[in-house]
Design a protein around this ligand. Structure first.
Ligand SMILES: [Zn+2]
Length: 391
């Protein structure tokens, strides 16, 4: 049963009258065949139109051969006359993206000879895969030329050439398909076989913004936003840049520079903190002598690398165990213990057992975390530190 495709007569048709020819139940879904439709079925990287047949929601549209099936959840009897209404906002959005894609793919093909080998028109993302590499500069040039095509407001022509005409025609997407081939021409930019509805003039596309590019297979995957999608993207980015601009007291065009300054400042401050820590620990180290039995230091914050070096040196100076603890009584502590006299691999089991800790290391140095109060931990060290621990 051949369905008349009204979207080919007028891609801007929002509402139409039709007669139900067939209604068959498949599970909880019914498939409706109409004599004619403005609903574009899923295909060629583009999702199906949605909308209504009278008050019945159309959730999906598929084609099999010449017939188009409208999937609905309520049956409509054959013979009924219905009014079809497509979600036109959604359709127009897809036409903006799809026509934009033809311009970009046509430009890439004409300039570099690369083919579009993959097209996806998703709810948020539109991607095109090309079988050759592009640089960022080349992409910017393509983007500018694509927007020139929009500014020129060219008519998008649809034609159905004969076999002879086709064989003489240079067009993209040349694949052997049975039946009539539909050619979409954007004068000066692209000639391509395509079955999807397009805008009538390139000016309807609005801005064509190529938002990203990554290596993909032997070529690149380019992401694109056209028309109102590009506007939405602009709004989100503007909102973000305004917040950053206010937070950093920088002009919107100078935020990247302001972030760089901030990063440098953070780096400098980190270096200063490390320097203070180092000189504090150097003074501590000077106080540890051969007379020191056990040694423990408790800090709220510390650079663990600096602390590890400190314990490494401190353990050579004291008689028993040298411990550094970072944290507080509530959250618990990260610890580093060092000793040249006590086998810490054994000792740490005792420590972990007493303070619900975990961790380990070498006989000379262990690391881990535990729960407990500083006083209790200090008491434990003083009591047990100079003892050699038996298994
Ligand atoms: Zn197409």
């Amino acid at each position: 049963m051949k369905t008349k495709r009204l979207y080919y007569q007028d891609s801007h048709l929002k509402e139409f009258q039709a007669t139900v020819l067939e209604c068959s139940g498949v599970g909880e879904v019914y498939e409706i065949v109409l004599d004619q439709t403005a609903f574009f079925p899923e295909g060629g990287g583009q999702s199906a139109d949605t909308g209504f047949l009278d008050e019945v929601l159309v959730i999906d549209v598929q084609e099999k051969g010449d017939t188009i099936y409208h999937k609905v959840t309520t049956a409509i009897s054959p013979g009924m006359k219905v009014t079809g209404r497509i979600d036109y906002e959604n359709r127009f959005d897809k036409m903006q993206q799809h026509s934009g894609e033809h311009i970009v793919s046509g430009l890439v093909h004409n300039t570099f000879g690369y083919n579009n080998v993959g097209f996806h028109l998703g709810k948020e993302l539109v991607t095109m895969d090309f079988d050759g590499k592009l640089t960022q500069e080349q992409l910017r040039v393509i983007e500018f030329q694509a927007n020139q095509a929009v500014a020129n407001n060219l008519p998008i022509q649809v034609s159905y050439p004969s076999r002879e005409e086709l064989s003489a025609l240079n067009y993209r997407s040349k694949i052997e398909i049975e039946g009539q081939i539909r050619i979409i021409t954007i004068p000066g930019y692209d000639v391509c076989a395509c079955c999807a509805p397009h805008v009538k003039y390139t000016g309807e596309i609005g801005i064509i913004k190529l938002t990203g590019m990554q290596n993909y297979k032997s070529g690149v995957r380019v992401t694109m936003l056209c028309g109102f999608r590009a506007l939405q993207d602009y709004n989100k980015k503007e909102e973000n840049i305004t917040q950053i601009s206010v937070a950093l007291s920088a002009k919107p065009y100078e935020t990247a520079l302001a972030v760089e300054h901030l990063q440098n400042e953070v780096k400098e401050n980190r270096a200063k903190i490390q320097h203070f820590q180092q000189s504090f620990l150097d003074r501590e180290l000077a106080g540890i002598t051969g007379e020191t039995e056990n040694y423990a230091i408790f800090l709220e914050e510390a650079d663990m690398n600096i602390l590890r070096k400190f314990v490494d040196e401190a353990k050579l100076r004291c008689k028993g165990i040298c411990g550094a603890f970072v944290g507080d009584n509530k959250r618990g502590y990260h610890y580093i213990l060092g000793s040249c006299k006590v086998n810490l691999r054994d000792y740490v089991k005792l420590l972990n057992g007493t303070f619900a800790g975990k961790g380990g290391g070498t006989p000379e140095m262990v690391q881990g975390s535990l729960l407990g109060c500083a006083d209790e931990i200090r008491g434990f060290l003083n009591q047990s530190g100079s003892l050699s621990v038996e298994e």
